[in-house]
Design a protein. Structure first.
Length: 396
């Protein structure tokens, strides 16, 4: 066998291995993987990704994300990185990213905590993401956990749940309240138990104090984000003041002769009318028996009412024009999540949310951590709203 043939065979084998590595799940970052392992792969000199380094590039990438406001309230111990990867198995360079309107490949947002990946967002540019690519990404994440598989999230909001049991020939009905406690039907004295809950709960968000105390805070994404929002708030306030000044000047101006009426002419001018919104509360509900519980205990019947309420109370912040930044973020209706998700691994460790030509993977523990923080903000702001309600209703 000639040396030339061996060299050719070695070259083709090497090229095959490189190409195989390009399509193998090993190229993907994986939730829970150590950061140094991810960086070693992404920084490959053969087919590695290009990392956005400047604060301007990173801020642009943040503002393109569907969860961009979460960067404001991320904890102080997270690190965020942004990468671009060509669609083919070649080295990605800065020149690939100059024309941001004409990208062809993948962009990745990687967030790590305690030196491990907790969030990964893959976005496809150019050609649309294929089902095969999505399956490859999801299988890559699942492969990190032996025996784990993806399950679809079937969450539906529960409006009311009660138990019906038979004891000594009598039917007993118990309502399960929002805390899960069973109480006699019709005896709840808590107004919160019968009032609908808004589907669009929101919180005002601000940079956590621990993040603001970081040494490099002035060069961080939260600081730059708040700078942009502060400029926008000042601009809105300036425009508002100018409109109010113009309106005030128009009211004090001398009336024109065209609009003056003759003496004795009793025309009635109807002032501006603000009709009450006739939109009423509506709800789509369905009730069914919990067969599984009934079979386990033949002496008890469990009934659940699922509901998709359509409610407007408290779903939007009160309209104010101020110099201060007032940023809001909605809390998902799904419990135990800050981002919302469509799929979850069978072991409950990772969640996935689908977007157009993009997919978000998030560590369940990190997702819960963010939700707990949002709920703490909501609780604080709810107490403030209760005080504001007293002031608002004090004359009634």
């Amino acid at each position: 066998m000639s040396r030339t043939f061996l060299s050719s065979l070695f070259f083709r084998a090497t090229a095959f291995l490189v190409a195989a590595a390009a399509v193998s799940p090993a190229i993907y970052a994986k939730i829970g993987e150590p950061k140094n392992a991810i960086e070693s792969r992404l920084n490959s000199k053969v087919n590695g990704a290009y990392q956005y380094v400047s604060i301007e590039d990173r801020m642009r990438e943040v503002l393109e994300l569907p969860y961009k406001k979460m960067f404001i309230i991320f904890p102080s111990d997270i690190q965020s990185s942004f990468y671009f990867k060509r669609a083919e198995a070649t080295q990605s360079v800065n020149a690939d990213t100059i024309q941001q309107h004409d990208l062809f490949g993948w962009e990745l947002n990687l967030i790590t905590q305690d030196n491990k990946s907790v969030l990964e967002f893959y976005r496809r540019h150019g050609d649309p993401m294929t089902i095969e690519e999505l399956k490859g990404l999801m299988n890559s994440v699942a492969s990190m956990r032996e025996g784990a598989y993806w399950k679809k999230n079937e969450y539906v909001p529960v409006s009311q749940q009660w138990e019906v049991g038979v004891h000594n020939g009598k039917i007993i009905q118990m309502i399960r309240d929002k805390s899960g406690k069973l109480i006699p039907a019709g005896e709840s004295k808590d107004l919160d138990e019968i009032l609908p809950t808004s589907n669009t709960r929101f919180v005002y968000i601000d940079v956590p104090p621990a993040v603001q105390s970081l040494v490099n805070y002035n060069q961080s994404i939260p600081f730059k984000y708040m700078e942009l929002e502060q400029r926008a708030a000042y601009e809105r306030y300036r425009n508002y003041v100018e409109k109010q000044s113009a309106y005030s000047a128009a009211k004090t101006a001398a009336p024109s002769k065209r609009n003056s009426s003759k003496k004795g002419d009793q025309k009635v001018t109807v002032k501006r009318v603000n009709p009450a919104d006739a939109y009423t509360f509506r709800s789509l509900e369905t009730t069914f028996c919990d067969i599984e519980t009934s079979l386990k205990d033949g002496n008890k019947l469990s009934i659940i009412r699922y509901s998709l309420p359509d409610i407007l109370f408290g779903g939007k912040p009160i309209a104010k024009v101020e110099k201060e930044v007032r940023m809001t973020e909605n809390i998902p209706q799904q419990p135990d999540t800050a981002f919302g998700y469509d799929y979850e691994l069978s072991d409950g460790s990772v969640r996935a949310k689908l977007f157009r030509n993009a997919v978000l993977f998030i560590d369940t523990g990190f997702d819960r951590q963010m939700r707990n923080y949002m709920e703490s903000l909501y609780k604080e702001q709810q107490a403030e709203r209760e005080q504001e309600a007293k002031a608002s209703l004090n004359l009634f």
